[in-house]
Design a protein around this ligand. Sequence first.
Ligand code: B12
Ligand code: SF4
Length: 393
Amino acid sequence: MNILIIYPRLEPHKDFHYMPLSALCVAAKLLSNGHEVKIHDERITRLGGSDAEWADEIMISSYTGFQLSDMYRLAKIIKAAHPRKKITLGGPHATIFPLQCIVDPYIDFVWTGYAERGEFDMPWHLINIEDYVNPATERFIYISSYSCPGQCTFCAQKTRRELCFLPMDKAERDIDALMNLYPFKECVMFDATLFTKPDRALKISQIMKKHNLKWICDGRADEICKTPLDWLDDIIKSGLKQITIGLESGSPHIIEMMQKGKNYLEKFQRCAEILSCYKRNKLKMVSGVIFGCPGETPDDLRDTISYIWQIKAINPNFFISTTFYKPLPDTKMADMCKEYGYQEPQTLAEWAQRGAEGHYLYNQFQDAPWIEDKDEYRRIYDEFVINNKELFI
Ligand code: B12
Ligand code: SF4
């Protein structure tokens, strides 16, 4: 069969894009079953009639958010032109809401869960690698595990997704093959936390070193603290230029509500101390901070600001990136928001509409009913963002 895999747009306007890893993973599986496969990335070119014409079946990957609205737009266009072509929807949103998706008139089949678990090498030849090269960074993305052992109540990482580690020899082959196609300078490892298994982090660092790549990864503070120091030293000195470690909040009561784990703020501080030893390697410690969580008060925000400065004093290479909290489906925190009157879409069409409205865009102060004393919260928030530019990455 001829199968067209579509990766819809993730954001309305952007010049450079990361490679569509999910579409490549789906393609790898289909190729192994003997199908003819093409990948269409709507961020690179607009869907033309000939691709849909060529395909016997169409598969689309989507997250919740803007991408879902673009998926829906494309599904409507395809069905209008080719009413008999079958469309399969997969990816995180379909995995959470298979029933809402299957009753939709534009979707014929729904796939839940992973298309593969690392059995196949990445079919890089299906995309034009140069389309994904930002000349300013020459950076590619890769992932060597799916999901996360954490329990954070705001996060969609583990919604109906089991923890899955892909074989390390496959990761090495994929990265070797990609480097043969383009001499990338940097890699972002998008594993939720690379330090769940420190031996894997060490192996990845060796692959990065072999290719002389600068790299960036995510880690959890508790796991980094548990990594043997000599391994951490090797990992950092292999060319690691940034570790992203979720802080989320400096308020003990919000951290507890987020289920970040026992003594999280102490562990985070310890992690800042350990990483501060790598000033000479210019290692940046970057942390996401989430504002506007359910039940958050102006005092919680003040606690967060003072904690951030406390960490900055320990590690001058500490920076933050911020986001305004948006409820993600099938998370505990979204359920808390519902108690404050948040109404979740009930159909695929409504979710697509919500995505189109920019609901998931970063850093927009939301008129969230779940923030306590909102005007005061907003005043402190605006003042913090305007007057503390040196903290932001
Ligand atoms: C990289 C990334 C991004 C990048 C984009 C990458 C790109 N390609 O351009 C950026 C930074 C832009 C991004 C943005 C956002 N992201 Co993001 N992102 C990720 C991350 C870290 C990796 C995604 C990835 O490539 N995974 C690897 C692929 C292989 O996994 P996968 O997509 O799940 O695909 C597997 C299965 O789902 C399935 N599958 C997928 N598609 C299909 C299709 C078919 C037909 C089939 C059969 C199977 C199938 O098979 C695959 C494995 O074989 C994930 C977390 C993670 N570690 O996965 C979050 C994640 C996908 N993001 C998430 C979110 C919420 C966002 C934002 C909405 C954040 C926000 N603003 O609040 C924005 C979206 C932008 C917007 N405006 O709407 C959520 C999605 C949750 C959800 N309900 O959909 C995740 C899970 C993170 C989380 N912890 O909450 N993101
Ligand atoms: S926020 Fe990070 S540590 Fe927590 S569950 Fe999500 S990916 Fe895991």
